[in-house]
Design a protein around this ligand. Structure first.
Ligand SMILES: [Zn+2]
Length: 53
């Protein structure tokens, strides 16, 4: 199965707060999720971004 890891990045401060994985075959869309950002100390929109190693 082609599950792919990606990071969720805060759209306000650009810090990477979450790592998720998904199947790119069934979920090709870019994710935008409302998540709690520790740096902003509030819920912000988090965008899918490539996980760098
Ligand atoms: Zn933030």
């Amino acid at each position: 199965m082609a599950t792919e890891k990606f990071a969720l990045q805060c759209s306000a401060c650009k810090s990477v707060n979450y790592v998720k994985s998904k199947n790119r075959a069934t979920n090709p869309d870019k994710l935008v999720l409302k998540k709690y950002c520790r740096r902003c100390r509030r819920h912000t929109e988090h965008n899918e971004t490539r996980l760098r190693r």
